[in-house]
Design a protein around this ligand. Structure first.
Ligand SMILES: [Cu+2]
Length: 268
């Protein structure tokens, strides 16, 4: 688990590479889609954190040119806080899910993911489980298929192509999200573990790890932020190389954005 290679971000706590054992478990092959999340909401009446808050964060490049002014994030001005953006309206009130029923649900918080899992009688994978599953049986390779970003010149995941954040050539086929089962699965049959959307995991975030062998690690017992894994459609080598199986990010459990979703796991 983890990586010390040249592509990694040591400040994210990606390293050291360490041996971890996980008990048998059953990760879902795909992230939860809008259709599945819709079934959950229809049954339970669940109201997401973004709906309660009345806004969520949308990548500016997905908004129409005539979109009303929005508040930007100072350190990352391409993120816009859009009033009325939520899972049903990924780019705000004028948008909908038509044609995106099989895309990953986004604008869902960690709390929303936990609520879905409880309904589905599943759970979020631990960070260690997520990485084990994402690697697809390969050891210490940056991508779920090996060490080349574009093996044979072929795109294997949905990330940013072109120059970030101004121009996306869509060489991989997509600007925003793609269907949850797009691209070839990894060796364990999982789709889009890297790219497409960041995925919530069960664990709290810290950058320090026990160096020795470890069984079923479940992360720190204190702290607020939760671990996200896998990178998203916004990752690009020039700005963010977190489109790798060992890359990490964190966010607070009530936060949501247009590039965060989740995948469930169950018992083996
Ligand atoms: Cu990234």
């Amino acid at each position: 688990m983890g990586s010390d290679d040249a592509l990694s971000y040591p400040e994210d706590g990606e390293g050291p590479a360490r041996r971890v054992r996980v008990s048998p478990f059953a990760p879902d092959p795909c992230c939860v889609s809008n259709a599945y999340f819709g079934a959950f909401v229809d049954t339970t009446g669940h109201v997401t954190d973004a709906e309660r808050y009345g806004a969520s964060f949308v990548f500016g490049g997905l908004l129409p040119d005539d979109f009303p002014p929005t508040r930007a994030v100072a350190a990352a001005p391409w993120w816009r806080e859009v009033l009325g953006a939520d899972w049903r309206h990924p780019e705000g009130p004028g948008s909908d899910l038509a044609g995106r029923e099989n895309h990953p649900v986004v604008h869902v918080s960690w709390n929303d993911a936990i609520a879905y899992c409880a309904w589905a009688e599943l759970r979020l994978p631990t960070e260690a489980e997520w990485e084990y599953a994402a690697r697809g049986g390969l050891e210490q390779q940056p991508f779920p298929w090996g060490d080349e970003l574009l093996p044979g010149g072929r795109h294997r995941m949905n990330v940013w192509n072109g120059s970030f954040p101004d121009r996306n050539t869509r060489e991989d086929g997509y600007l925003g999200t793609c269907p949850v089962d797009a691209f070839d699965p990894n060796g364990y049959g999982l789709h889009n573990t890297t790219g497409n959307v960041w995925e919530w995991t069960a664990d709290r975030f810290s950058t320090g790890h026990a160096a020795g062998p470890c069984e079923d690690p479940a992360g720190p017992t204190t702290g607020t932020a939760r671990v996200l894994r896998g990178g998203s459609y916004l990752c690009h080598a020039s700005y963010c190389r977190r489109y790798r199986v060992s890359a990490r990010m964190a966010n607070t459990p009530e936060s949501s954005t247009g590039n965060i979703g989740f995948r469930c796991a169950g018992s083996a």
